[in-house]
Design a protein around this ligand. Structure first.
Ligand code: ZN
Length: 157
């Protein structure tokens, strides 16, 4: 309840009905369960959620969860509703599987690039390319001249 009042107080239009009450053509009473999450300036958010889930189901769900979790729940419903309207078959699962395939492809690409890097760096060491000492400071020639003077350096050439 306190959370709702705080949200209502911070609303840009304290007297305007929320997007849900405006759409449902009813009076937006104080403590309206939709009001903190469906501001009048974003009517699409409510119409999407209403089309997919139904206002009474959303109201029931919001009343069943803790007030501090309601904003996350509404954002999740709004995301899913928008995805479901764009893709009636898969909804947000479509986006998730596209991203999962992308992660797998990029992981393979990264593995291949890392393998290339290891191959190139070992070739460079064989050719004793002067650049390798700059890129690989573990090479003792790249260390400051006095490094290891007071330190037992365990290097076998
Ligand atoms: Zn309302």
């Amino acid at each position: 309840m306190q959370q709702i009042n705080k949200h209502m107080a911070s609303s840009a239009h304290p007297n305007a009905p929320c997007a849900a009450c405006k759409f449902l053509r009813r009076k937006c009473i104080q403590g309206c369960v939709f009001s903190p999450y469906f501001p009048p300036e974003d009517p699409i958010k409510f119409t999407n959620v209403h089309k997919i889930f139904g206002a009474s189901n959303v109201s029931k769900l919001l009343n069943e969860i803790e007030p501090h979790q309601r904003e996350d729940a509404v954002n999740s419903l709004a995301y899913e509703a928008e995805a479901r309207l764009k893709d009636p078959v898969y909804g947000c699962v479509g986006a998730i599987s596209v991203l999962q395939r992308q992660v797998l492809r990029l992981q393979k690409e990264l593995d291949a690039t890392n393998a290339d890097l290891i191959r190139f760096s070992s070739n460079q060491n064989i050719l004793t390319n002067p650049q390798s000492s700059r890129n690989y400071p573990q090479n003792p020639h790249a260390l400051p001249p006095n490094y290891g003077a007071n330190y037992s350096w365990n290097y076998n050439p």
